[in-house]
Design a protein around this ligand. Structure first.
Ligand SMILES: [Zn+2]
Length: 208
């Protein structure tokens, strides 16, 4: 019997099965009560049980599938039925968060097609995972920048970038602290610069 640490602390392993091409690891959540998604009341009254199969990482090149033995609870306060929440897997996902992250990182170094072949996962699946993780990361980044800009004074930096040598210039507006581009314009006329700045509430101290 294989014994590998699952490293998903929310679960305890209840059973392991080995097949020629994959492993099944049956798990259940350690926590025996759950917070109602509708009213926030803690409930331990089990409504029913079901299983859910989600793909996880690999052990010795064989994929692991988690068979999650999950409970649905009946809230004693508002009487609604709700499912357990999992840290390791989203509510409608067929893959663990770490598997999705793994696929995303793999694709970054090569192509969707390569990863699809290498791990024998349908191209459309790899593609969907890659773009959904990329989208989540972009949103996180956006939220982070928004947060930072809310409570910090922004140090703006305007640069002209030669797009093609000796030809077109673009005016680029940076947040110098965060090192992020806030906007670009295709020429270096004053009007373009003002247009860039007008998207933010900025007080400009002009020297020239
Ligand atoms: Zn409730």
């Amino acid at each position: 019997m294989f014994s590998v640490l699952l490293e998903l602390p929310e679960f305890k392993v209840v059973k392991r099965e080995i097949f020629d091409t994959h492993y099944f690891v049956h798990v259940e959540k350690k926590e025996r009560k759950e917070r109602c998604v509708y009213c926030g009341f803690h409930s331990s009254s089990v409504h029913d049980r079901r299983t859910r199969k989600v793909r996880d990482l690999f052990v010795l090149n064989k994929p692991i599938f988690l068979i999650i033995h999950m409970k649905r609870y009946r809230c004693q306060n508002c009487k609604e039925v709700f499912s357990s929440f999992f840290e390791s897997v989203g509510s409608h996902q067929h893959y663990t968060h770490r598997f999705r992250q793994f696929i995303y990182e793999q694709v970054l170094g090569t192509t969707i097609q390569d990863i699809s072949r290498k791990y024998k996962i349908a191209y459309s699946t790899v593609e969907r995972i890659f773009y959904s993780v990329a989208h989540e990361k972009a949103k996180e980044q956006e939220a982070f920048i928004h947060e930072r800009q809310k409570d910090h004074e922004i140090t703006l930096s305007l640069d002209e970038v030669a797009v093609r040598k000796g030809h077109t210039y673009e005016t680029v507006l940076y947040d110098a602290d965060l090192g992020v581009v806030m906007g670009m314009h295709q020429n270096r006329h004053c009007a373009s610069t003002m247009e860039l700045l007008s998207v933010k509430n900025v007080v400009i101290d002009t020297h020239s």
